[in-house]
Design a protein. Structure first.
Length: 204
């Protein structure tokens, strides 16, 4: 067995264990950190498969943006997930059955696609080979219409999120920075001269 194959099995073991811990640990922050490690492990497997671009995208988008945002939300809101996790064991048999079906389907797809081909048997690429160039060529030629459809779906989601956020009256008052620049002190500050009161003989 080659060294690359050993590295694959080591990283795959970490990926499986961290994925299981992400759904079984009770603390949501620890679950998110386990999921971050799972994403890093998945990116390492992509690198072993000579798909560096997908590995970089996985780390930058999911680890650098999505999971960091999720951690900030969890830590700032301090959510109590005990009530949400009360029925976890109740749905465990159904979840296990669905997970088993997904694993079998993925195994069949990999077996039909690759057969007995291991990572070490992947054909070597030339030094001038670029994953980004190949992915771009496929996206804008063979998969142009699905790519445009996915972009339209994302655009609709962004517009819907903005529309839901801005609906209704705003309770907070906002100021216009362009108007504040031209404000002068005499327009906002007024000095009042109040004459001093004289003490009466009784107060003295």
């Amino acid at each position: 067995m080659e060294f690359k194959t050993l590295v694959f099995y080591f990283i795959a073991t970490i990926l499986v264990l961290t994925s299981l811990r992400a759904i079984t640990v009770r603390n949501s922050v620890y679950a998110a950190l386990h999921l971050v490690l799972a994403f890093f492990s998945a990116g390492a497997i992509w690198i072993l498969l000579h798909a560096e671009f997908l590995a970089i995208v996985l780390v930058l988008i999911y680890v650098g943006a999505v999971m960091v945002l999720f951690l900030f939300v969890v830590m700032m809101l301090d959510l109590n997930l005990d009530r949400l996790q009360e029925g976890f064991w109740q749905y465990l048999p159904i979840g296990s059955a669905v997970a088993l079906i997904i694993i079998v389907q993925m195994g069949l797809v990999l077996w039909v696609s690759f057969g007995d081909q291991l990572i070490s048997d992947l054909p070597a690429k030339e030094a001038t080979y670029s994953n980004v160039k190949e992915i771009g060529r496929l996206l804008f030629t063979q998969y142009a219409y699905p790519f445009e459809l996915a972009s339209v779906v994302l655009l609709v989601g962004i517009v819907a999120a903005i529309a839901l956020t801005l609906r209704g009256k705003k309770k907070s008052k906002a100021s216009d920075p362009s108007d504040q620049v031209f404000v002068k002190a005499k327009d906002r500050v007024r000095v009042l001269k109040i004459p001093a009161e004289k003490k009466t003989e009784a107060e003295e």
